[in-house]
Ligand binder design. Structure first.
Ligand code: SF4
Length: 209
């Protein structure tokens, strides 16, 4: 039976105080739908980062290969209801994503330090602007570069439905959705869960305002 932990924390922005919901849980890798060729093609057809960042397709590895020595994935999702943000519809999504990605990156880097594991990120690597690939130079921070879950072929919408009963929603036709969410994962074994969960709580408690 899946064990899902849920909670929330508040973040203050210039104009709003946002309640960010979070949920986390472990899933065995055999239950994760991975289709690297499909997601590479979707990225090639519809994403400006294709072949422009070392963290993105066609450079990103297949989840099945990087998880081969592990039992599964510990997934953490942040979710923000957009009716809390007084702004244009596009800006609602942008503000929520900027706030959540920054907090989630902090959380995941901290969890890496505590566990010795590596995380799969939300979106492409944002450490350099532009990514050195665009300048035909080697990656500047190969040890810090992180791949997104979807760039490794993981079906993230199916993953969040399976684990949390929540669908991902996107800004479409100039309309913001009810909520927006970001998710990351730590490839791990079940024996790692205790230390992950203990530190997850400590780090998220330090976010409070
Ligand atoms: S660390 Fe810099 S150069 Fe390397 S993938 Fe990330 S953005 Fe690109």
């Amino acid at each position: 039976m899946k064990e899902i932990k849920k909670g929330y924390f508040n973040v203050r922005t210039e104009k709003n105080k946002l309640k960010i919901d979070y949920m986390s849980g472990f899933i065995e890798k055999s239950k994760i739908n991975v289709d690297k060729p499909l997601f590479d093609k979707m990225c090639k057809d519809g994403c400006v980062n294709y072949n422009k960042k070392y963290s993105c397709p066609p450079f990103s590895p297949n989840f099945k290969i990087i998880s081969k020595n592990y039992e599964g994935l510990f997934v953490i999702m942040f979710l923000c209801s957009l009716n809390q943000i007084s702004s244009t519809e596009y800006n609602q999504v942008r503000i929520a994503n900027v706030v959540m990605k920054s907090k989630l990156d902090t959380l995941m880097r901290n969890l890496e330090e505590k566990t010795g594991l590596k995380y799969l990120s939300t979106g492409s690597c944002r450490l350099c602007k532009p990514c050195k690939l665009k300048l035909k130079q080697p990656c500047k921070h190969p040890n810090k570069k992180r791949y997104s879950l979807e760039s490794t072929g993981v079906d993230c919408d199916e993953l969040t439905k399976k684990l949390f009963d929540i669908s991902l929603q996107w800004y479409k036709n100039k309309k913001s959705p009810e909520y927006t969410s970001v998710l990351c994962g730590l490839i791990c074994n079940k024996k790692d869960l205790k230390i992950i969960e203990k530190n997850l709580n400590l780090i998220i408690n330090s976010f409070g305002c």
